[in-house]
Design a protein around this ligand. Structure first.
Ligand SMILES: Nc1nc2c(ncn2[C@@H]2O[C@H](COP(=O)(O)OP(=O)(O)OP(=O)(O)O)[C@@H](O)[C@H]2O)c(=O)[nH]1
Ligand SMILES: [Mg+2]
Length: 454
């Protein structure tokens, strides 16, 4: 591992900024106990406290002025989140208090923690691996049940386990080649080339299986961009309001009501849909409406799903279909007819989903279609590894490429050294996922995105 352990003691407020029942200040590093004792006035010194005990006392400044009464939790290494000596100070939940305590700690040679630095230390101290560390941020930021479950699985090490299994298979296969290289003079073959190819094929198959989970994992992790597109007045804003269960966008019977793109998130079937209500598309000379229509087209470009909406009166015009087709293609569109409550025995095309934003009729069909479009029939199973991060996906792709090179080398009957290098590369590509092989850049990039205090 390229990064060495930090020797300094760090602190940060670990609870969100604002007034609340309590705030927690977290301190970690070799001097945690000593330094906290300098501002803590309790029955017992923290330095003498046993691990996993809680102590009541006062925080006082250098003139013994009382700041707050607090509870101090003590965690002795290695049994703490970071693996170091750590302390958590629970104060009354006023930012003025936590700010003051952080100031006092700073005067005692405690450094303010960088974003994610506690978790980074947990990783560097081998409490968790890198994919688990990344999952910590995902657990905190997950906004739907499904993404929380996925993050939880990753934090529990389900992906790490799978990656380790594959690495072991690789190490096993390459050890035969390395043996062969050691005995190069004697020209002994420790593993038949066909057997080796079979082993590589099996590992590639497993890597492919992981890679194929990414489209599902990405949807669960990142959510799905959906734009609501159609002619003016068909009820796009009404549908948005129905989906988010509040009167978010202005609705009126005047065509051209919505001018700007209105964004709202909603969770359906555990998936986060990022809705974009857009201006109705029609020829217009109004400068503001024209800008709105331009923005509608931008939204269409950036969508994973386009809800192409018409009403029972107007249907969906060929012109609009052509327009959307030229911007984004039609594979991503779901065709929707709104105001079905007004339908008078009109026979509607089977490919349309018919709904009413007014009565809610047909909305179940829309929900199902949205889910089907996003994840098909995939669901999270408790024990299966799912790839949800682009970084992991790219590592797997690289590993697959390295294995392909190994296969080519074998088929070209190149010397074992070449095959060994390719296999080693594949192994380190996989190792990057769990942080066995890593650089400071990768680490900084990952932990930069964390919040302070985590
Ligand atoms: N009967 C009926 N009326 C609806 C329904 N949905 C919307 N409306 C009405 O249709 C009119 C237009 O609705 P909006 O939601 O503003 O339509 P829009 O597509 O956002 O219109 P623009 O923003 O102008 O492009 C309003 O008077 C709504 O009350 C529906 O399902 N049934
Ligand atoms: Mg509207």
């Amino acid at each position: 591992m390229s990064t060495s352990l930090n020797e300094d003691t760090i602190a940060a407020v670990a609870t969100p900024f604002g007034n609340g029942a309590i705030s927690i200040i977290r301190i970690s590093g070799p001097e945690s106990f000593l330094l906290v004792d300098k501002i803590f006035d309790g029955k017992k010194k923290i330095a003498d406290a046993a691990t996993h005990t809680i102590h009541y006392g006062k925080i006082v400044d250098e003139h013994k002025n009382f700041i707050d009464d607090v509870l101090v939790s003590v965690f002795r290494m290695p049994n703490s989140y970071t693996g170091e000596d750590s302390v958590e100070i629970s104060t009354h939940g006023n930012p003025l208090i936590s700010k003051k305590i952080i100031e006092l700690l700073s005067q005692q040679n405690v450094r303010l923690a960088e974003p994610g630095e506690f978790t980074k230390r947990a990783f560097l101290n081998n409490k968790i691996d890198l994919s688990q560390a990344e999952a910590v941020a995902d657990v905190i930021n997950a906004r739907t049940d499904a993404s929380l479950k996925g993050a939880r699985n990753q934090l529990d090490g389900i992906l790490s386990q799978k990656v380790n299994e594959l690495r072991n298979l690789l190490i096993n296969a390459s050890s035969f080649i390395e043996l062969e290289l050691d005995f190069a003079e004697e020209d002994i073959e420790f593993l038949n080339k066909n057997d080796l190819l079979k082993r590589i094929e099996k590992i590639t198959f497993e890597i492919d299986k992981l890679i194929s989970t990414y489209s599902f994992g990405k949807v669960i992790h990142d959510g799905v961009n959906v734009s609501l597109v159609g002619a003016p007045n068909v009820g796009k804003s009404s549908i948005l309001n129905y989906l988010v269960k509040e009167s978010r966008a202005i609705v009126s019977n005047i065509p051209g009501t919505t001018r700007d793109v209105i964004r709202e998130d909603v969770s359906i079937g555990g998936i986060l849909f990022r809705l974009h209500d857009t201006a109705g598309i029609r020829p217009s000379n109004d400068e503001i409406e024209k800008e709105g229509i331009f923005r509608s087209q931008e939204a269409i470009k950036n969508s994973d799903i386009i809800l192409l909406i018409g009403d029972t009166e107007q249907g969906i015009s060929q012109k609009l279909l052509d327009n959307v087709n030229s911007i984004a293609g039609l594979e991503k569109t779901i065709k929707l007819i709104n105001k079905i409550d007004l339908a008078t025995n009109k026979s509607l095309d089977k490919e349309y989903i018919c709904v009413s934003a007014l009565t809610g009729q047909g909305m179940e069909g829309l929900f199902n279609k949205l889910i089907e479009f996003s994840v098909g029939s995939s669901v999270y199973s408790e024990k299966s590894a799912v790839v949800s991060s682009l970084r992991h996906y790219l590592c797997l792709k690289n590993a697959k490429e390295s294995l392909q090179k190994a296969v080519d080398s074998i088929n070209l009957r190149l010397s074992g050294e070449f095959i060994a290098v390719d296999l080693r590369n594949a192994e380190s590509n996989l190792g990057e996922i769990i942080g066995e092989v890593t650089s400071d850049d990768i680490l900084n990039n990952i932990f930069m995105k964390f919040c302070i205090g985590k």
